[in-house]
Design a protein around this ligand. Structure first.
Ligand code: HEC
Length: 116
């Protein structure tokens, strides 16, 4: 009886440690808490909105407001990461800026897509 109790306590301890370290790791990836108005919107306005706005939403994707950006953020991140968007030939960030932009976008998602 005593043995059983100790064993399940141990399992519980292991599981919670594991869970705790996972949660910790995920937040650890983001030391930044990007702002929609100061970090996210300026990126989309500069590089995407010319082709993705309510009047001309290429591919049915509108990126000129918070709601639509939130809805299309995962797809937008993958297109940007893979270099397919901004479409070739259009204004694009310097290669040296790409990593920090990706970090901003990913952390904005991890931090809960705040409209701040
Ligand atoms: C010069 C015009 C242009 C610019 C700039 C542009 N796009 Fe696009 N985008 C398109 C067109 C046209 C399509 C639809 C055809 C296609 O998928 O290639 C599209 C499609 C997309 C799609 C949907 C892809 C799919 O397969 O359905 C996403 C997401 C997207 N763009 C995100 C972005 C993001 C994010 C940016 C800015 C970093 C951006 N686009 C900049 C023209 C543009």
């Amino acid at each position: 009886m005593k043995m059983k109790f100790n064993c399940s306590s141990l399992i519980f301890l292991c599981l919670s440690t594991l869970l705790f370290s996972c949660t910790k790791d995920r937040t650890k990836q983001c030391d930044i808490d990007p702002s929609y108005s100061f970090d996210i919107a300026p990126f989309f306005n500069t590089y995407c909105v010319a082709c993705h706005q309510s009047n001309s939403s290429s591919g049915g994707v509108n990126l000129d407001n918070f709601e639509s950006v939130s809805n299309h953020i995962d797809h937008s991140i993958s297109e940007f990461r893979d270099g397919t968007m901004p479409s070739p030939g259009s204004l694009s960030p310097e290669p040296s800026q790409r990593d920090s932009i990706l970090e901003l976008l990913n952390c904005w998602v991890s931090m809960g897509k705040k409209n701040n």
